[in-house]
Design a protein around this ligand. Sequence first.
Ligand code: OAD
Length: 383
Amino acid sequence: MSLQFSVIPKECCHFISATYSPKSFLISLRKHTCNSCNEKEIWICLHCLHIGCSRYCNGHAQKHSLKRGHPVVFNVQSMNFWCYECNSYVINNSLNVLFQLALEDHTSNFKFYQPLFETYDVKGVAKYIQKNHVKNIIALVGAGMSTTAGIPDFRSPGTGLYFNLQKYNLPYPEAVFDMNYFPSNPAPFYEVMKDMFPGQGKYFPTKCHRFLKLLNDKGILKMVYTQNIDGLESVAGIPNDKVICSHGTFRTSHCLSCHKKYPDTSVFIESIKKGEIIRCSCGGLVKPDIVFFNESLPDEFFESIKNKFDDCDMLLIIGTALVVYPFANLVDHVSINCPRVCINREKVGKMMCYDNLGRDVALLGGCDDIASDLAKYLEWELS
Ligand code: OAD
């Protein structure tokens, strides 16, 4: 599997106009499986209304696109357009008509446009959990969950890591974690790694980590998909088989030249503490197995998302700007009537709809405070 990070959305000129009737388009929205297999995660070809499954399944939509030269597809669940030519989510004026049709159809026909919560606040979410006997919660988490542990996030203006890298003269801040840049100038990464390397007793789980552990103790945590590389989920006591380190881990490393694997990165601890460049015995650069831009996510991520979301009955999105893909796509892996609860300083998620009507709710503020309030309304003890 070699999916890479992508940036959205992009202006696209690869779709001009549709020649089928609006009715045919609406009928295609009712189809639930791929034309070639039984997969349910599907994309509709906007050129001919062929229905194919996504790259996470058998890739029939992409195969169709290549064979027929039909680049633009539409996902009914997320209401997104993707262009295989642009290799990106896209916006395009001529798609507006189709988008409006799909939106009206959704509004009048699908359950997820009915209010799921009595109130769109912490109390409403707690009540939903109790009333619906929620038992398979999946949490998608990011750097915001660890800021109160003293670890900066990436994109918060002023404090985020990407705002504090001026001294390295990088061409763009993300270059520090970019495979297209790292080999030519590895020093900034090893400097930054000095502070990021976990397991030195410097950082401890936050209240929000402990809340997830509490969900697990109550038997209602299904999985945590973390973008974080601080390992605090595991320090908090969440079982390792329930945590998918989507952006890899510092625990292991490998040499970029001879591909030698280093099963324990901490053998380099003295160099790490000094911020030195780590080299293999062959002279190549040793890179911890955290995922850089322009690198694929770990196989276990793609394996896990194949079926873990099927019975998810509440999705928590905690402390992430939700702008890095493919992780951000996970919000669309739950069923269309699964509640999605954003616990963050601001509303995130291009595919989310916070209109106090449907299945999405934003609980805004510090995630530790919100976790405390949730525990309080659920009448649970959160230490
Ligand atoms: P970001 O820094 O992009 O986003 C963190 C989000 O958490 C922002 O929306 C903050 O407002 C919010 N936040 C910060 N502190 C918070 C708090 N105490 N309570 C509630 N919300 C808070 O971090 P990520 O989304 O995790 O990838 O970034 C995703 C990926 O981008 C990272 O894994 C990393 C980065 O490039 C790689 O390095 C490959």
